[in-house]
Design a protein around this ligand. Structure first.
Ligand SMILES: Cc1cc2nc3c(=O)[nH]c(=O)nc-3n(C[C@H](O)[C@H](O)[C@H](O)COP(=O)(O)OP(=O)(O)OC[C@H]3O[C@@H](n4cnc5c(N)ncnc54)[C@H](O)[C@@H]3O)c2cc1C
Length: 457
């Protein structure tokens, strides 16, 4: 029986968080027919509900770093620590891969690549704002403050390009809200968005370009014809697709497993504390480096974010850690006068054990593209993720085949250990790319050029 047109699309995006919304927008504006299915009742019910909203390319790095491994061990039994691993035997294989992945040379190469992607993504964010998308984008710069002279001196040895090292007096001149500090690093090019507004704005723009968005429709299974993924099953019936893009955050793991693909995602819990403040809020986002807390000013609130807890997905919010975040804000911003707490919330950052996103086509499952596992950096990386997905599947640009990111890497499919490219135009993995493309026997839709082009492209 032929599929009715309202149950078919070139691209079915599973998940309408920051990543899925961006993919819907970048695909729809390239002329593809797009359908977004999300199990939540309204936009941004997953991790994109609230976060620091920081677009700071020089902060982006894989989650699995030697520093995070050391912090995990150091803070193992501390109830107020900013990094915590809850002992859970089910977490052991994930943690073992996390530790193995923190090899310094690998981290160095992947940090460089992720920062390169984030820099391009920051330009896309700016372009969205210039095109009139109301994402809450503001380019105010950001400030990292250090209270320990040793840590500040260490930071001084690797100040990123474009950033400036400030002593205590300079830091307080730039941001008078901060208290006693040893020094700071100013990132003038950093920006911020409001992630809930970002999701709404991107989905509305996608809808203007013809995308259909359905809330309360949870995908229960990926449909297959042989190896090829051909659509999705939901309680509301089935939908067929040229490409299914799995951007369901933590929900991606179960759906992938049902299709025979291992995607060992775990939630890295973080807390958000929104305060209505009478005075003393910073003018620009401030990261308190030792306490790993970010203070992001929004027009109607000051948001304090922090903590990375592994193994506590279903556990309730930990009051001690919420208090530690609040204390860090009050200590770092001594003039802060909160009137009331607007909201306290915890989100689960979708995180892979090797600390980098699962992004690309599956050679095992042609027709399936995975875009998840962005961990701490899903908001800054959403636009570049979307651009890569849309260019690859709709324009045939071979930009999704990086072995470090392939979603097949957890499924025992042996991939050659190819170098991580230093730029998008410098992808060395042509042979691999061709093999993957042959495996995916031509499901990509050829689409019209973009309908609307954000300014900064
Ligand atoms: C405290 C904190 C601070 C952060 N700060 C920053 C920051 O400063 N900068 C930054 O870049 N990132 C930050 N992040 C990380 C960022 O929030 C996440 O990486 C990002 O929100 C992930 O987006 P996503 O679209 O992949 O997932 P989600 O937002 O979780 O979206 C997934 C969507 O899929 C849907 N879904 C799940 N299962 C199904 C299914 N079976 N069928 C249909 N739909 C389904 C869900 O309903 C949800 O809407 C922070 C996170 C936290 C917690």
């Amino acid at each position: 029986m032929p599929t009715s047109p309202d149950r078919a699309a070139d691209v079915v995006v599973v998940g309408g968080g920051a990543v899925g919304a961006s993919i819907a927008y970048e695909s729809a504006r390239r002329g593809a027919s797009v359908m977004v299915l999300d199990g939540g009742p309204h936009p941004a019910t997953g991790c994109s509900y609230a976060n620091a909203g920081l677009l700071s390319p020089s902060h982006v790095e894989p989650l699995a770093t030697p520093a995070n491994v050391a912090a995990g061990l150091r803070f193992l039994f501390s109830p107020r620590s900013p990094f915590h691993v809850r002992p859970d035997p089910r977490l052991v294989p994930w943690l073992a891969r996390f530790v193995r992945s923190a090899a310094p040379e690998r981290v160095r190469r992947l940090t460089a690549r992720m920062q390169q992607l984030a820099t391009r993504s920051l330009a896309l964010h700016a372009g969205y704002a210039a095109a009139g998308l109301e994402t809450g984008y503001q380019q105010l710069g950001s400030l990292d403050v250090y209270s320990s002279p040793e840590r500040w001196e260490r930071a001084a040895t690797h100040v990123p390009a474009g950033a400036q090292l400030l002593d205590a007096a300079e830091a307080r001149r730039l941001e008078p809200a901060v208290g006693e500090v040893a020094g700071a690093v100013h990132h003038p090019e950093d920006a911020q968005v409001d992630s809930r507004r970002f999701v709404r704005a991107l989905l509305e723009a996608a809808q203007r370009d013809g995308a259909r968005v359905r809330w309360g429709v949870a995908v229960t299974r990926l449909l297959r014809h042989g190896d090829r993924v051909t659509g999705v099953e939901t309680p509301d019936g089935t939908f067929t697709a040229g490409h299914v893009v799995l951007a369901a955050g933590l929900g991606s793991a179960g759906l992938a497993r049902g299709a025979g693909l291992r995607l060992p995602l775990r939630g890295a819990k973080g807390y958000v504390l929104d305060l209505d403040v009478a005075e003393g809020a910073p003018r620009i986002p401030v990261t308190f480096k030792e306490r790993r807390v970010v203070a992001t000013p929004y027009p109607d609130r000051l948001r304090l974010c922090g903590t990375l807890e592994l193994g506590s997905d279903s556990a309730p919010m930990h009051a001690g850690r919420v208090q530690a975040i609040r204390d860090a804000g009050l200590h770092g911003l001594p003039g802060l006068r909160p009137r009331r707490t607007v909201e306290t919330w915890a989100g689960l950052r979708p995180s892979t054990p090797d600390g980098v996103p699962a992004l690309g086509r599956s050679a095992r499952r042609p027709g399936l593209v995975v875009a998840t596992g962005h961990g701490m950096w899903g908001i800054v990386l959403a636009p570049i993720t979307a651009e890569m997905v849309a260019r690859d599947i709709l324009e045939g640009a071979p930009v999704l085949d990086e072995p470090a990111f392939t979603p097949d890497r957890f499924s025992g499919l042996r991939l050659p250990d190819l170098p991580i490219p230093s730029s998008e135009d410098d992808l060395p993995a042509v042979g691999l790319r061709q093999r993957l493309r042959q495996a995916d026997d031509g499901g990509s839709a050829t689409a019209a050029p973009p309908r609307s082009t954000p300014g900064a492209r």
